[in-house]
Design a protein around this ligand. Sequence first.
Ligand SMILES: [Ca+2]
Ligand SMILES: [Ca+2]
Length: 86
Amino acid sequence: MRVLLSKDRTPDAGDIQLGFLNVGALAAGKASTVSGNFNITSLGLTSTAIGSYFLLLVIDDANSVNESIETNNLIASQLANISVIA
Ligand SMILES: [Ca+2]
Ligand SMILES: [Ca+2]
């Protein structure tokens, strides 16, 4: 599962990739809970990154898994403020 910070609810090249979380295989209709930590200080963000972001979670980002429903692989958090402190 790819984890992004995005100014909007759509994954794209302008987003800040935090990293990946391993979800593992899921049977049809099943859910899984995962957790993880990302160290954003290692991303080299500058003051231009200050702002509000959605946290996007994208599963099967490369669309390598055939699913009966392909449109439910993205979830966006509430808008959150990111501050960069020198
Ligand atoms: Ca975006
Ligand atoms: Ca898919």
